[in-house]
Design a protein around this ligand. Structure first.
Ligand code: URA
Length: 197
């Protein structure tokens, strides 16, 4: 299955209650062969209307931060934990996350990014399967099913709480260093990476 086929198979998804209120599913956007994938929470008002993740105010900030890391929005892939907008932008419910999670995991497998950057609590909790708190674990890195996971604050948090903006900038500065480290390791012969130890 390709990413496009997965997207097509979900266009008329009726597997949870969110189907009745959405305008359309918001599958994801960006480079299907991206090395870096961002995972947010759920589509909001503008995303539901336009069918693209992170196009509202939080999206504008995310785009600025991506560019501050020396990347462009077209280089990366952006998706959400759940693909349909919860009414009134309420939090996703546990059963909605569980229903949508297999599609996120399929999406990750098809893109096969080198690094997955989770944005906020819902994305990191979904990836780790644990009720962690993003403010406590940001700065740590994880490997989940062979994928490197890099937890970051959610850009919307920085819009609501001014002091989070500098912490989010710090997360993106750390991402840049993390990516430089990974890239220099990947360009070394495998022996030096300890693969044959
Ligand atoms: N917040 C999210 O988590 N995802 C979006 O697509 C937009 C805002």
């Amino acid at each position: 299955m390709t990413l496009l086929e997965l997207n097509d198979s979900l266009r008329n998804c009726q597997q949870c209650r969110l189907a009745s209120k959405r305008t359309q599913i918001v599958f994801g956007v960006g480079n299907p062969n991206a090395s870096i994938m961002f995972i947010g929470e759920a589509p909001g008002f503008h995303e539901d209307k336009q069918g693209e993740p992170f196009v509202g105010a939080a999206g504008k900030l995310l785009t600025e931060l991506i560019e501050s890391s020396g990347l462009s929005r077209d280089d990366v892939y952006i998706a959400n934990v759940i693909k349909c907008r919860p009414p009134d932008n309420r939090n996703p419910l546990p059963d909605e996350i569980e229903t949508c999670k297999p599609f996120l995991l399929q999406q990750i497998d098809l893109i096969s990014p080198k690094v997955i950057c989770t944005l906020g609590n819902f994305a990191i909790r979904t990836m780790l399967g644990k009720q962690v708190s993003i403010t406590k674990i940001r700065g740590q890195h994880f490997v989940v099913q062979g994928f490197r996971v890099f937890p970051m604050l959610h850009p919307a948090a920085a819009l609501h709480q001014g002091n989070f903006r500098s912490l989010l900038q710090e997360d993106f500065a750390n991402l840049r260093i993390y990516l430089e480290n990974i890239n220099s390791k990947l360009s070394q012969p495998a022996e030096q990476m300890g693969l044959f130890e």
